[in-house]
Design a binder for this molecule. Structure first.
Ligand SMILES: [Zn+2]
Ligand SMILES: [Zn+2]
Length: 562
């Protein structure tokens, strides 16, 4: 056995010489590909000599100059990314995965099971939207004598990437790339959402990086509260509400109940524009709770959105994510996501029939900001009726129909018709799925013992800068607000310095060629073989050594030490 071990060690040395070539003076390089001074487009690349790990691969949304970034060539060669770790399924975190795969990424995409299940639904939907939008833009461009537009990705691309998902569970360690250990913890934001703990080992030094992901609030129904995590060398923390506070869930729940009772008493319909994933299920949970408390009137409830219907099904299929209250209800034979008189409508005919039926009803429909989908029909039918009401339970971005109504418009244009706003409009601000400023600080305070260096991400510039100041002032942490395309390095001594900013259209040279990285991967495997001492059978052992050498030769044409 000594001879065998010696043989393989020579092989190993041959590879480690290769490795010596690219020894660098920094430990980890971090590149901010999105979610830097913006809420959307979350994507961060962590590079060590072991490889490149991408955390989130989100789409930019909202302002036109942001959306344009989705069409640009990636700042890196997608073939150099070795694995993706997703925090959760929202499109601003997962939406560019089909593009990454289309452009040559061949690694695994790691996600909690619920996140992977939701991604199947959401990425196909997003691809469908991309196809429709590019078709529309192409028509417009051709009329102007301009070039046609290719979609960012197609439904085919989205289908192809679904095969690369690896499903894991909370609190379970996994290794997406050798040299990177990862554990997901509950983030309490939407079902499957995770805080990510990452340990990277380089030059015999281990550093811990924590990503808050989108951090939820305590007492969110259905899912568990955000986990308390302690200890980090580097902390990536979101700052969506880094400069704002919101009302409590309890107050919002009461406002929601009162709005329903008032409208029902007037005999009107309650129209609720709601995001299909997360908010819709939360509303169903509260309606069920009102029914159990005996305060919900006996009226029909409709979920009129195919997407929301599918999302609700996925939530029900992932009970491992439920909190103890939801488990207790299930054990008691209750159906927490199915209030009485609930109907999920799939077909257009069923949708139209809702407004033909007189009398009060609750209609939950998408999209959440009233920009598309069946909600527009429900608004056209009900907005002019003084007995009806519209309850806004989510954020309404500028420029959307929802924002106009919330802002007090007397008349709005819907599906080519002017509609008078006579219905009562309720805006309930406290249903946010994001921690507010104080909750973020409270969560970050658990890291006090390790005094991490903080990267403040996922926020509008003003919110991120304000939150950076709060971290410095209140917790005495060093904090930095990175820019889009910026690369920073963590030196061997742990200090952080900015390396460069990649301009749009430029490409970041990721350290180490593909071949070299593959060599490291093989070296790592040899390491493991040696550690495991798995080969007592000589023939099998030599066979394995031959396989590995062949792999090395194929990759580089190098002659490995015999
Ligand atoms: Zn999110
Ligand atoms: Zn987000």
């Amino acid at each position: 056995m000594v001879v065998l071990a010696e043989k393989i060690r020579l092989c190993y040395d041959g590879l480690s010489n290769e490795r010596g070539k690219q020894k660098e003076d920094f430990l980890v390089r971090i590149t901010f590909l999105g979610g830097a001074r913006t809420v959307t487009g979350s994507s961060f690349l962590i590079s060590t000599s072991h490889g490149n790990l991408m955390v989130d691969c989100g789409m930019f949304q909202g302002r036109r100059d942001l959306v344009r970034r989705n069409y640009l060539e990636a700042m890196y060669d997608p073939r150099d990314v070795d694995a993706v770790v997703l925090t959760h399924a929202h499109i601003d975190h997962s939406g560019l995965i089909p593009k990454l795969v289309r452009e040559g990424f061949r690694g695994s995409i790691w996600a909690t099971k619920a996140t992977a299940d939701l991604c199947e639904l959401m990425l196909l939907d997003s691809a469908h939207i991309q196809e429709m939008e590019s078709e529309w833009m192409t028509k417009r461009n051709l009329r102007r004598g301009e070039e046609p537009v290719t979609p960012i990705y197609t439904v085919e691309d989205a289908k192809r990437c679904l095969g690369s998902f690896s499903r894991v569970y909370y609190d379970e360690e996994f290794e997406p790339i050798p040299g990177f250990r990862v554990i997901y913890r509950d983030a309490g934001h939407i079902i499957g959402s995770a805080i990510v703990e990452i340990w990277v080992t380089e030059e015999g030094t281990e550093k811990k990086i924590v990503f808050s992901g989108d951090l939820g609030v305590a007492d969110q129904p259905i899912i568990r509260d955000p986990s308390v995590v302690t200890g980090a060398d580097y902390l990536f923390i979101e700052s969506t509400y880094g400069n704002r506070l919101h009302r409590t869930k309890e107050e919002s729940r009461d406002e929601f109940r009162e709005a329903i009772l008032e409208t029902t008493a007037r005999g009107g319909k309650v129209v609720i524009p709601s995001f299909a994933v997360g908010r819709t299920q939360e509303m169903l949970y509260y309606l069920g709770e009102f029914a159990r408390e005996g305060v919900l009137p006996d009226i029909p409830i409709y979920v009129d959105s195919p997407m929301a219907t599918s999302a609700t099904k996925i939530v029900k299929e992932n009970p491992q994510c439920f909190d103890s209250e939801t488990h207790a209800l299930l054990t008691a034979g209750k159906t927490p996501l199915t209030p009485p008189n609930l109907t999920f409508t799939r077909s257009t005919d069923e949708s139209i029939a809702i407004n033909r039926k007189p009398g009060p009803a609750v209609v939950i429909s998408a999209s959440g900001m009233c920009t598309a989908g069946r909600i527009k029909h429900h608004l056209r039918h009900n907005l002019w009726r003084p007995e009806a009401s519209v309850i806004f339970v989510g954020y309404q971005a500028e420029g959307t129909l929802g924002r106009l109504i919330v802002g007090g418009a007397e008349r709005v244009r819907i599906l080519g018709e002017d509609v008078q706003v006579n219905a009562k409009v309720y805006t309930i601000g406290g249903f946010s799925a994001h921690a507010d400023r104080n909750e973020l600080i409270a969560w970050a305070s658990h890291f006090r013992g390790s005094a991490p260096y903080c990267f403040v991400v996922h926020g509008e510039e003003r919110a991120s800068l304000a939150f950076r100041d709060a971290l410095e002032r209140e917790l005495n942490f060093q904090a930095y607000v990175p820019r889009w395309g910026e690369s920073v390095s963590v030196a061997l001594d742990g200090t952080v310095e900015s390396l460069s900013i990649t301009e749009p259209g430029e490409r970041i040279a990721l350290e180490g060629s593909r071949t070299e990285k593959d060599l490291f991967f093989i070296r790592d495997r040899i390491d493991r073989l040696l550690e495991e001492g798995a080969y007592t059978d000589e023939t099998a052992f030599y066979e394995r050594v031959r396989q590995i050498k062949k792999l090395v030769q194929d990759l580089k044409g190098v002659s490995v030490v015999e």
